[in-house]
Write a protein that binds this ligand. Structure first.
Ligand code: SF4
Length: 512
């Protein structure tokens, strides 16, 4: 169907195409807005207020508010460039009013000013913590069976924010699970898996007990829920129930609804508060993230780790970065994790990493080799390539699936069950073979491509031998977890495990 465009006034226009409706509101305050609205039943929207203006080599020249001319330019190139790249505009194209493809300058990750710190390895999943669970990889090597020690649950699909980089903008708000379903899922990975390993994989289980103090079973659980898991109606009851298990639990949320009792948060091992562009979260008082409500139980509390997370993009100015750092100090938070938009393709993402690192250096947050000088650390996370995919997965098997499960509730309303996935990055896999051949990220969970087992059959991930449900060389070339995949491959290939050298400075070992 041909795109339909309606122009009422120069400062207001709408374009209907594919899975999205674009709506420009030039008279919005305090900045003009371009909304990208998903057409699926959720009708989630991303609010864009700024774009990147680039030189012909793709370097950032400036960030610009969205004028009617820029909006018109984005409308014209959106279908070809997709919902993320369309907001990176070459200045010379803007002058002539038409996008033209060009050859990108390749950025090598080595050119980004960066040092991988203990904080980055402890508070994100870089693969560095996997060795601390080595008996499960010896078990995998010798028996072919996986062991699920880490899980993430979305629980529902609600969020109060409208981030431009939303990874699940095409989700359905009604795909929610019940408390009983969530408890059954955890119980299977915790109790059933432990019993199986005690009875059938005795040697590995005993080695694992010596190393970690428990049977092989679920060790770390993250609640991440469509933006705000604490809006799920059973959140407090579920967290109290989890508190009775010997399990490390982490929380990722965009905010804290006031109706949740503050002591509920004390049951977490760690809490990560995602800070959105300030125009994207209507609940920020006066449009300021640092004026939002934060439970007293999370401030200056040394018994759990609290951190901030922020995605760098055209919406970021120096003041925002300074206030992020100040907020971490004022609230006694351990870190501020900065990363770039994962919906960008590999080369655009590496360029964004370069910009971010240079800006952090200019502001005095890192030194000239990228070492952090404050609580901010820069997570250098970027897409893999087809060449790496072919080398890494010669057997066609994603290795994350051997120890990790991500349960997303997409499809739950319609089917009464939903699916498990090896990771959460399948929603943001953007591939490029050149600027004219971009396959944009799906921005939703697609079980037909990346689903493994139904949520009601999660036991199959440890009662059946590890099997590929899809070939990652065909659909995951831009995987964001290639390091983790590589770490598993290396652990499985080891000739012996007695000489393992474990890094004792790492924290949060149950979230590898
Ligand atoms: S993106 Fe990577 S980790 Fe995720 S399913 Fe694909 S291969 Fe596995």
């Amino acid at each position: 169907m041909a795109p339909t465009r309606q122009m009422s006034r120069p400062e207001e226009s709408t374009l209907d195409l594919g899975e999205f409706t674009l709506k420009y509101r030039g008279d919005a305050l305090p900045q003009p807005e371009l909304l990208v609205i998903g057409k699926r039943s959720g009708r989630h929207k991303a609010v864009h207020t700024f774009v990147n203006i680039l030189d012909n080599d793709g370097n950032l020249v400036r960030q610009a508010a969205i004028t009617p001319d820029i909006a018109s330019f984005i409308f014209g190139s959106f279908e070809v460039r997709g919902s993320t790249e369309a907001f990176n505009i070459y200045e010379s194209d803007l002058v002539v009013g038409k996008w033209s493809p060009r050859t990108r300058t390749n950025v090598s990750p080595d050119l980004v000013r960066h040092q991988r710190t203990i904080a980055e390895q402890s508070f994100t999943a870089t693969g560095g913590k996997l060795a601390h669970h080595w008996p499960i990889f010896q078990k995998l090597k010798e028996t072919g069976f996986g062991s699920i020690i880490r899980a993430t649950l979305t629980l529902h699909q609600l969020c109060s924010s409208n981030c431009p980089f939303c990874s699940t903008i095409l989700r359905n708000k009604r795909d929610s699970v019940s408390l009983t379903e969530a408890q059954a899922f955890v119980s299977t990975l915790y109790n059933e898996q432990a019993a199986l390993n005690r009875n059938e994989f005795v040697r590995y289980n005993e080695e694992y007990r010596r190393l970690t103090g428990t049977d092989i079973r679920l060790k770390g659980l993250i609640l991440s829920g469509g933006g705000q898991p604490n809006l799920w109606p059973h959140f407090s009851e579920f967290v109290r129930w989890l508190g009775e298990l010997d399990l490390d639990v982490g929380l990722i949320t965009n905010g804290f609804p006031p109706k949740i009792a503050e002591d509920v948060y004390e049951r977490f091992k760690w809490v990560r508060l995602s800070i959105t562009p300030e125009s994207a979260s209507p609940f920020y008082p006066d449009g300021r993230f640092d004026r939002q409500y934060i439970p007293a139980s999370l401030r200056h509390n040394d018994s759990l780790t609290v951190g901030l997370s922020y995605v760098y993009g055209p919406w970021t100015d120096d003041d925002m970065l300074k206030r992020l750092d100040a907020s971490a100090h004022e609230n006694g938070f351990r870190y501020v994790r900065l990363l770039t938009d994962c919906n960008l393709t590999r080369q655009a993402q590496l360029k964004a990493h370069q910009d971010l690192a240079d800006r952090l250096f200019r502001l005095g947050f890192i030194d000239e080799v990228g070492k952090p000088l404050s609580r901010i650390f820069h997570q250098l996370k970027y897409h893999g390539s087809q060449r790496e995919a072919e080398e890494l997965w010669s057997d066609g098997q994603c290795k994350l699936q051997s120890y990790n499960v991500f349960w997303d509730t997409t499809g739950h309303e319609e089917n009464g069950y939903s699916h498990c996935y090896p990771c959460d990055s399948v929603t943001v896999l953007a591939d490029e073979q050149g600027e004219t051949d971009i396959s944009v990220s799906e921005r939703r969970f697609n079980a037909d491509k990346w689903g493994t087992v139904k949520s009601t059959e999660v036991h199959r991930l440890f009662t059946e031998p590890l099997q590929p449900f899809f070939d990652p060389r065909d659909i995951c070339a831009s995987c964001l977890f290639m390091n983790n995949n590589r770490a598993v491959s290396d652990l499985v290939k080891r000739a012996s495990y007695g000489d393992m050298n474990l890094d004792t400075s790492l924290e949060h070992l149950n979230f590898p």
